[in-house]
Design a protein around this ligand. Structure first.
Ligand SMILES: [Zn+2]
Length: 467
């Protein structure tokens, strides 16, 4: 109905002149994604001080003076401080620089009463361990440059380099870490705000992307437990035309609350990473994996001949056998071979294991296993006990196709390496943004392919013919 508006999930939906607008309260205060720098602060904070200037609190004043002194390369100290007065002077004794602010009894704000911005001390002295360069102040200075030229987020070591070049200040790594967290919260909102917006974000995501499935679980005291997200286009694409092999993996979230990110990924016909679902949880344990896999089953419905690939995490094994009893669970052969390399300290043993795992023929498999038996009986027994149906292509009850490792899932983790420190909702939006770009680019690439097969498949055949 035109001209109406309603409130659902704390979101105002207004429909005027057939244009639907979704308003997520509070979301306008910071950026949703990190790919749109136009919405980010691009100017460094201004730090002007003048006589007559007002400050709502002493804290605000100290913040500004901190920034100011860092720019001007001097340090200050408090000469006098009480409820109504704050008197700051240059740290070098007898220097003329001073700032005095007062608050009248009936007022709530402070006002600059006198400000002498001239030093009689030699300012050339470099204040390397600047006392006023707190994490908050450094955070404010670096916030406009959080997103680096190559698109990645700033790292603590970038901050250290920047502060040294710009201000000649050398600050401890621990302070840089806090500064980065503060700058992130300035630009992308705090973790608490982000968590509060997650239900609204999930609701809009489902409304705007048909077929999208999200789920959010909180404990009885409203603390966060789990979040799940699978875009409608991911689900449809996988059901329609992907090989039914899913790599699952868990990796750490690097924000203040820590936790784990769960990923379910396939590989498309052009050998590209095809993400299906994402989830956040407290850690990798039986409950969190089971929850993620149940959401995944709900999103995908039944898939015939489904195969999972994972590392040998016991919670994944338990979760898959409980939630997908009809699916085949296999293990990543790269992880398996690496494990054997560490266990038996023999490269030749690991190499022969790798060949046995990857071969397509039973004859070659037997040949490699006989060789393994001859090289190292213990390694042979270890491989048999792990279950050849789990690690070898030829003994897998279902087809694994070319997917022998969880590499596709690890690729996603690596693409999200820096985004994993963002607050929850911003990370979810970052993922949505990234997938939208991927799907758009692949759609364009697929339309320009000239063979009946994908470029990757065509290349495989060409190489075989050349052999
Ligand atoms: Zn001075």
């Amino acid at each position: 109905m035109p001209g109406t508006s309603e409130v659902r999930h704390n979101i105002t939906v207004s429909d005027s002149n057939n244009t639907i607008t979704w308003v997520i309260p509070g979301a306008d205060s910071y950026s949703f994604g990190i790919g749109r720098s136009s919405t980010l602060a691009t100017q460094e904070p201004t730090c002007m001080i003048y006589k007559g200037q007002f400050f709502p609190s002493k804290k605000d004043l100290k913040r500004l003076v901190g920034l100011f002194s860092m720019r001007e390369n001097f340090e200050w100290k408090v000469k006098r401080s009480n409820k109504t007065t704050l008197h700051l002077v240059c740290i070098i004794d007898n220097c003329t620089w001073k700032l005095r602010v007062v608050r009248r009894d009936e007022e709530t704000y402070f006002q600059v009463k006198s400000f002498v911005n001239q030093h009689s001390c030699p300012l050339e002295e470099v204040h390397r361990r600047h006392r006023q360069a707190s994490a908050v102040i450094i955070g404010e200075v670096i916030a406009p440059r959080l997103q680096q030229h190559d698109g990645r987020l700033m790292r603590p070591k970038d901050i250290i380099a920047d502060m040294k070049t710009m201000y000649g200040i050398q600050v401890m790594y621990s302070k840089e870490h806090d500064a980065l967290q503060y700058a992130l919260s300035l630009t992308y909102g705090t973790h608490e705000e982000s968590f509060k917006l997650l239900p609204s974000f999930a609701y809009v995501l489902e409304q705007q992307n048909p077929g999208t499935i999200t789920d959010l679980q909180c404990a009885d005291d409203d603390t966060f437990l789990y979040f799940f997200m699978s875009l409608g286009s991911s689900i449809r694409g996988f059901r329609r035309c992907m090989r039914p092999v899913i790599a699952v993996d868990g990796t750490h979230l690097k924000g203040r609350f820590g936790g784990t990110m769960f990923v379910a990924t396939a590989q498309d016909g052009n050998e590209q990473v095809y993400p299906i679902a994402f989830g956040y949880g407290d850690s990798e344990n039986n409950l969190s994996w089971e929850w993620f896999l149940e959401c995944l089953r709900g999103a995908l419905s039944h898939i015939d001949d489904l195969v999972f690939i994972s590392d040998r995490h016991a919670s994944i094994e338990a979760g898959i056998s409980k939630v997908f009893p009809y699916a085949t669970h296999t293990i990543c052969c790269w992880h398996f071979v690496e494990n054997m390399k560490k266990r038996f300290h023999r490269k030749d043993v690991a190499d022969i294991m790798d060949s046995a795992a990857r071969t397509y023929s039973e004859f070659n498999y037997n040949r490699h296993m006989e060789e393994l038996h001859r090289l190292h009986k213990g390694a042979f027994e270890y491989a048999i006990a792990a279950g050849p149906h789990k690690w070898s292509r030829v003994h897998c009850p279902q087809r694994r196709y070319r997917l022998m490792t969880t590499n596709v899932a690890e690729c996603i983790n690596s693409c999200l390496k820096f985004a994993r420190q963002l607050p929850m909702m911003t990370l979810a939006e970052f993922i949505r943004n990234m997938l939208q770009k991927w799907f758009h680019d692949r759609h364009a690439a697929a339309r320009s392919m000239r063979h009946q097969l994908t470029d990757a498949a065509h290349l495989v055949i060409l190489k075989r013919v050349e052999k």
